[in-house]
Ligand binder design. Structure first.
Ligand SMILES: [Zn+2]
Length: 136
């Protein structure tokens, strides 16, 4: 989509695997080879023990809404088409909390504790963004 006007992630060497994963419809989570922490967002060092011995695991792709807010107005022009926008913290069973939009839903039906699953949107050849939608 060459007419995409929203900000896109800047892929870093330490986040390349994450974005390679989303392109294959896989949600990869960084893991620490020393203290076994699961890490999100991707980093150069483990935030728990500072190790650089990091790897990746594939997440199940499900989660639970920890908290959310709904925006009905007052966004940048590029986001108006998405209103209302549900922004949520999603807890994954792998032990991480991701911030994401909840899409393909009736915003008024969203609840804390709701079960969601990852869904991927290909933006261009380099970036596929992960979102979540309610499990129906
Ligand atoms: Zn660690």
């Amino acid at each position: 989509m060459s007419d995409y006007k929203k900000p896109l992630p800047v892929v870093q060497p330490y986040s390349q695997a994450f974005w390679d994963g989303t392109k294959q419809n896989k949600l990869l989570i960084q893991t620490c080879g020393d203290c076994k922490a699961t890490i999100f967002f991707p980093r150069q060092q483990c935030p728990d023990c500072w190790s650089t011995n990091l790897g990746w695991m594939e997440a199940r792709g499900t989660g639970e809404i920890y908290a959310f807010s709904i925006t009905y107005e007052g966004v940048e022009a590029a986001f108006v088409e998405d209103l209302p926008i549900v922004l949520a913290w999603v807890d994954l069973p792998e032990g991480i909390r991701m911030q994401s939009n909840i899409i393909e839903c009736d915003p008024d039906s969203i609840e804390i504790g709701q079960q969601v699953e990852v869904v991927y949107k290909k933006i261009n050849d380099d970036i596929t963004l992960p979102y979540f939608r309610p499990i129906s």
